[in-house]
Design a protein around this ligand. Structure first.
Ligand code: FRU
Length: 492
């Protein structure tokens, strides 16, 4: 079908419950449905929203267009779990049903106030002549997580900024509420702004965060600001950066500044913007505090403006696994949250001495595997790790010891998303390769390198699951240990 503007702005009320059930039944039977990642029942998922541990449960929402694999009229869809891996589908939570959010309930966050959950988000309104008017909104939820009340708290963009003004991330500090929000100056430069209010929700603009990055993309989406390990971290997603060597290779970027933020002067010191993930499919992450008080991040495993092979089955995208963040030497380290270990079942372990002949190991459970590789002696120039199926589709990870560059190549991995320029992504490691932790699901791979110092996330669309892991080394040998776990299915 052709996704005209009119078609994209049709919502759930335009189809019957039966028609919707039928659509999600068809989606269930499509190839490439994930086993343990949050994915949409139908249509398109994008940014994680409103992530919070509240009254003994994790609540997570995501941007959702229900009727097809396109960006259209956005809802918030709600999933919940006792831990960070067994998320269950609850249903749509925020509907675009007021004038303020008539053209989409866009991204935002949540906060608990006096035992009640408040959502903060951007209401996207379009006038008759299609002029965008952003409203920053709050919504209160009742005990059944249904929206009771919605109110605008900031109407339109502030003076000096365009209508690209969205994605409030809220927090409370010393009896005051704050949010950081993505913005674009009238000169078309991306910025993050801070608002503040007393208990009355009368929010005032404090100003721009002074990062010194005055010419760094035309728009910053989904900012997030928090303290971690005695540092301040500002995460944001700049749009419009040029590719620069191994950096900024995706259509839009997602990264952070680590330094000290002064709420009086709004100055943020830092040593430069660092990308959170060097894979193909990662964007618009959001963090919250876990029940243990760790800072946990979940991202969208996808990007805007790309068509994916699942589109023809009427669904697109999923969320990443939860990652615990830590700051080490002014950089963020990302480790998969330990709740993910609850998926582990059988395991096996092999010690291998890799040389220039192929060493093949069968995967313990193709398409639901955690593979841990630790290297004890690297006496070669390169190491190649290839995951392959019997259809000769392969995804390759190659590490070159002399340059310390690790490359992920999905050129021959199966079907591919469209309009992504090149099918390789690379990263120069801070330290020699020591360790890899790889999570394989039906249509994705998340690769954690050297205990989370670097991460590469990618969607993959093989004809059949990758069955084997093939190792080879050039000009020498590599001694390593490979431990695999079969993973069981998650819930959603
Ligand atoms: C990021 C984003 C946000 C916006 C949302 C709309 O992917 O563009 O800035 O709120 O998606 O779905």
């Amino acid at each position: 079908m052709e996704w005209t503007r009119e078609a994209r702005y049709r919502g759930l009320s335009s189809i019957s419950n039966e028609a919707f059930e039928h659509m999600s039944e068809q989606v269930k039977h499509s190839p490439w449905r994930q086993s343990y990642h949050v994915q949409p029942v139908s249509g398109l998922l994008n940014d994680p929203n409103g992530f919070i541990y509240y009254k003994g449960q994790y609540h997570l929402f995501y941007q959702w267009y229900p009727l097809g694999p396109v960006h259209g009229l956005k809802y918030w869809y709600h999933v919940a779990s006792d831990d960070l891996i067994h998320f269950k589908n609850i249903g749509p939570a925020v509907y675009p049903d007021t004038t303020y959010d008539s053209h989409g309930a866009y991204s935002g966050s949540s906060i608990e106030i006096d035992n009640q959950l408040f959502l903060f988000y951007t209401g996207n309104h379009r006038t008759k002549d299609w002029k965008r008017v952003p409203y920053q909104m709050y919504a209160t939820l009742n005990d059944d997580f249904q929206v009771m009340d919605k109110q605008p708290i900031v109407e339109g963009p502030p003076c000096g900024y365009t209508d690209h003004f969205r994605d409030p991330k809220v927090w409370k500090e010393q009896e005051r509420y704050y949010f950081v929000i993505g913005a674009q100056t009238t000169q078309k430069a991306g910025r993050a702004l801070i608002y503040q209010s007393d208990a009355d929700f009368n929010f005032n603009l404090l100003g721009e965060i002074q990062t010194g990055l005055s010419d760094f993309g035309y728009m910053w989406e989904c900012p997030d600001l928090f303290k971690l390990d005695n540092k301040d971290v500002l995460i944001f997603c700049p749009q419009g950066l040029e590719a620069d060597g191994m950096n900024y290779r995706n259509i839009y970027q997602s990264g952070y500044l680590v330094g000290d933020f002064n709420i009086e002067t709004l100055e943020m010191s830092h040593n430069g913007f660092i990308e959170l993930d060097h894979g193909f499919d990662f964007y618009a992450p959001q963090t919250t505090l876990s029940k243990e008080g760790e800072r946990v991040l979940i991202g969208w495993m996808g990007l805007p403006d790309i068509t994916y092979p699942t589109d023809v089955y009427n669904w697109a995208h999923c969320l990443t696994l939860p990652r615990v963040l830590k700051v080490k030497e002014d950089k963020i380290i990302q480790m998969v949250h330990s709740d993910v270990e609850k998926l582990r079942r059988k395991s096996n372990e092999t010690k291998l001495e890799i040389n220039d002949k192929l060493t093949t190991v069968d995967l313990i459970q193709p398409s639901r595997t955690e593979v841990n590789i630790s290297i004890n002696a690297f006496k070669a120039d390169t190491l190649k790790i290839a995951f392959s199926n019997y259809d000769e589709e392969v995804v390759e990870i190659t590490y070159d010891k002399n340059s310390a560059v690790l490359e992920l190549n999905r050129r021959l991995s199966g079907e591919l998303p469209s309009n992504q320029d090149d099918q390789t992504r690379s990263i120069c490691l801070d330290q020699p390769l020591k360790e890899l932790k790889i999570f394989i699901d039906v249509s994705s791979m998340e690769i954690f390198i050297n205990e989370g110092t670097h991460v590469m996330t990618t969607r993959l669309f093989p004809t059949t699951p990758y069955q084997q892991c093939k190792f080879s080394a050039h000009s020498g040998t590599v001694g390593l240990k490979m431990k695999q776990y079969e993973l069981k299915r998650g819930k959603s």
